[in-house]
Design a protein around this ligand. Structure first.
Ligand SMILES: *Cc1c(COP(=O)(O)O)cnc(C)c1O
Length: 355
């Protein structure tokens, strides 16, 4: 059997959630499990976080699945409902909904609730993706008043630059405060970055995502320094060894040329598994726990690693692509992307195991 597998440490997920909750002080914390819990598997993730204050995701069928499995805490649909049928289903299963547009408010105002509904009213404070504009607020209030059976409203926004040291959250926070002044309603603003860096954004509900999976939202602070533990470890083995002469080239395109005689290991992991094809020569990787680098192009099923720093490593040597001992953040940075993308893009052919 091909030696590649993704191994999940669910106790790390629980520990990271506990850390998020401590950092949030008194606020309650939705565990964001969208995108199949950032590629980790939403059911396993929810089970590991059984006592979380709440869960947030996009797909209504997955939210209903959680209810069917006995999860009783608030479950927030981050994009709300897309039709009257979905609205009715959200009510029936006591799902909380983001309402980000006047269209959704009209659906609310035009129908009766079968059960009381909790609404997270999303305001556009500068991200310009979802949310009501300041000029739509008056109409939104009227529609909400007309909507019977809305039992509570939480005011919500999402930050575009909470992870960027020069920008932060200040401008959006000021706009949010101006839009919500005098309403006296609970608030939800913070993603992982805002939760960790800007306590003034905590409000009543925080919404940590990436930090739960053991990745740092910041370029200038490692997950380890934040006390976060990796949940997913992508492991494989060396399945062939090549001894190169100086001048020999490696892989498709021959983009790497051995500058001196060296040994390279061929590892069972490629872009069809979700390893980034654009990871250049020099992307960090562990072989038998020793840090080395990839060489040449990543191909569909394999990649090559420099065995120079690990002279005792041969056929069958243990390889960590990311996870324990090598943060996914470092691999993402080398490949010009984010941990978010690498974690979500693990493909279904990779076997999964619990640690
Ligand atoms: C994805 C998402 C989050 C979580 O963001 P992280 O950066 O992963 O912590 C929070 N809120 C909303 C609305 C989101 O879409």
């Amino acid at each position: 059997m091909r030696p590649l597998r993704a191994v999940f440490d669910w106790s790390a997920l629980a520990a990271n959630y506990a850390l998020a909750r401590r950092a949030a002080r008194g606020a309650r914390a939705f565990a964001v499990i969208k995108a199949d819990a950032y590629g980790h598997g939403y059911l396993k993730a929810a089970q590991a976080l059984r006592d979380a204050d709440g869960f947030a995701l996009l797909e209504i069928d997955r939210a209903v699945e959680l209810r069917d499995r006995g999860f009783r805490q608030p479950i927030l649909l981050l994009e709300g409902f897309f039709s009257l049928e979905e609205l009715a289903m959200a009510e029936a299963f006591r799902l909380s909904v983001v309402v980000h547009s006047l269209e959704q408010l009209r659906m609310l105002a035009g129908t009766r609730r079968s059960h009381p509904l909790q609404v997270f009213l999303k305001l556009n404070t500068g991200m310009n993706r979802l949310g009501l504009q300041p000029g739509e607020l008056a109409a939104a209030k009227e529609l909400l008043k007309a909507a019977r059976g809305v039992e509570s409203v939480v005011l919500m926004t999402h930050f575009a630059t909470a992870d960027e040291p020069s920008e932060g959250v200040q401008a959006q926070l000021e706009r949010f405060n101006a839009m919500t002044a005098g309403l006296g309603l609970p608030r939800s603003l913070a993603n992982s970055a805002a939760l960790l860096r800007y306590p003034q954004t905590h409000g009543d509900w925080v919404r940590p995502g990436i930090m739960l999976y053991g990745s740092s939202p910041f370029a200038d602070q490692s997950a380890e320094a934040l006390g976060l533990r990796p949940v997913m470890t992508l492991e494989s083995r060396v399945i062939a060894v090549q001894s190169l002469q100086a001048g020999d080239r490696v892989g498709y395109g021959g983009t790497f040329t051995a500058p001196y005689p060296m040994r390279i290991g061929i590892v069972a992991c490629g872009y069809a598994d979700g390893y980034p094809r654009h990871a250049p020569t020099g992307t960090p990787v562990l072989v038998n726990g020793v840090r080395t680098r990839t060489v040449g192009r990543v191909s569909m099923d394999m990649l090559s690693v420099d065995l120079t720093p690990v002279p005792d490593a041969g056929l069958g040597a243990q390889v960590t692509l990311w996870g324990e001992g090598l943060s996914v953040d470092e691999v993402a940075r080398a490949a010009g992307t984010l941990s978010y993308e690498l974690l979500c893009r693990l493909t279904s052919r990779v076997p999964r195991e619990d640690r």
